[in-house]
Design a protein around this ligand. Structure first.
Ligand code: NCD
Length: 315
């Protein structure tokens, strides 16, 4: 495997191998010495052409814990979206000696174009492209679900997940639908009809407009941010109306089974899609998702650049 552009590039065995490698690497991160020498002398470029806090610092921490050199290239409004400048971007990255480029871009397909470029010799990792995909987020979400509810199983067979809210604009939802179903989970999307994409009927999911009834039947609820920056029209009557039907509040949380978990990729709109008391409750694994993100991104870099999964017990 050279690039990580989409979850659809992964087989079930490859996805599980990344999660298993992350489990091993998490043990290192929990230890006193957090660093492994694996990627010493390798250069990883973080090319972030769209805002990010968590994902960028998570990839940076992951690369540093594997002893790689990291270059942060925050090219806001970069010219990557224009076909003719792709060559220059790739040439610049090559000139920096990039062994891997972690790219976030507002244009869906930008990482693929970089990977397809004959001037790009290293690995390309998609850290979120437009409304298309965000594979490392899906992998960290699957890792978090497996850790809490997996009961020692390598996959997610039998686990029921609801993904709730702005599915239309969410690359997190797209990658999660692909990965969670690949790993055997069943997924229900809950959203107002205006926030579901055209063609969603052909996705391998159930669809519901009634959050309360779905909450009584799932093990995981993944809340999505309402992505106001991607909305030019009004997709729902008012924020209040949205919260009333699709927001996760303390009363709704009571409908869920006691060992169910609440997830959110961040950044959260507290009070809109999720109430503050739910985000901060004992059932929320939101902060843990961020911590798990570092181990999972270490595993992605490890598998792509060191070329093999980490065997259990070998450090
Ligand atoms: C997500 C993203 O950027 O796609 N955030 C993240 O990576 N943690 C989700 C979002 O912005 O709502």
């Amino acid at each position: 495997m050279r690039h990580l552009l989409s979850i659809s590039d992964l087989s079930k065995a490859q996805a599980i191998s990344i999660l298993d490698t992350a489990t091993e690497l998490a043990r290192v991160s929990d230890g006193a010495v957090k660093k492994l020498p694996t990627l010493r002398g390798r250069t990883i470029v973080n090319l972030f052409a769209e805002d990010s806090t968590r994902t960028r610092i998570s990839f940076e921490a992951a690369a540093k814990r594997l002893s790689a050199d990291v270059i942060n290239f925050s090219a806001k409004g970069s010219s990557l979206s224009k076909g003719e400048s792709l060559k220059d971007t790739a040439l610049t990255l090559q000139a920096m000696g990039a062994d891997a480029v972690v790219i976030r871009h507002s244009a869906s397909g930008a990482p693929q174009r970089l990977a397809d470029s004959e001037w790009m010799l290293g690995s390309v990792i998609n850290a979120g492209d437009g409304t298309h995909e965000h594979p490392s987020q899906a992998l960290l979400d699957a890792f978090t679900i497996r850790k809490h509810l997996g009961k020692g199983s390598p996959d997610l067979v039998g686990i029921r997940v609801a993904i709730v809210g702005d599915v239309l604009h969410s690359r997190v939802a797209r990658s999660n639908v692909l990965l969670l179903t690949l790993l055997g989970a069943s997924v229900t999307l809950v959203a107002p009809p205006t926030l579901l994409p055209v063609g969603v009927e052909s996705w391998p999911v159930k669809i519901s407009y009634n959050l309360d009834s779905v909450l009584t039947t799932v093990d995981v609820v993944m809340m999505l941010r309402v992505q106001q920056e991607r909305m030019s029209d009004l997709f729902f009557p008012s924020a209040r109306e949205y919260s009333r039907y699709f927001g996760l509040n303390a009363d709704r949380l009571k409908l869920m089974s006691p060992d169910s978990i609440v997830m959110h990729p961040g950044p959260m709109n507290r009070g809109l899609e999720i109430a503050a008391e739910v985000a901060d409750s004992a059932r929320s694994v939101i902060v843990e998702q961020v911590a798990n993100g570092v181990s999972v991104r270490m595993a992605i870099l490890y598998v792509l650049l060191a070329g093999q999964p980490l065997e259990a017990g070998s450090k």
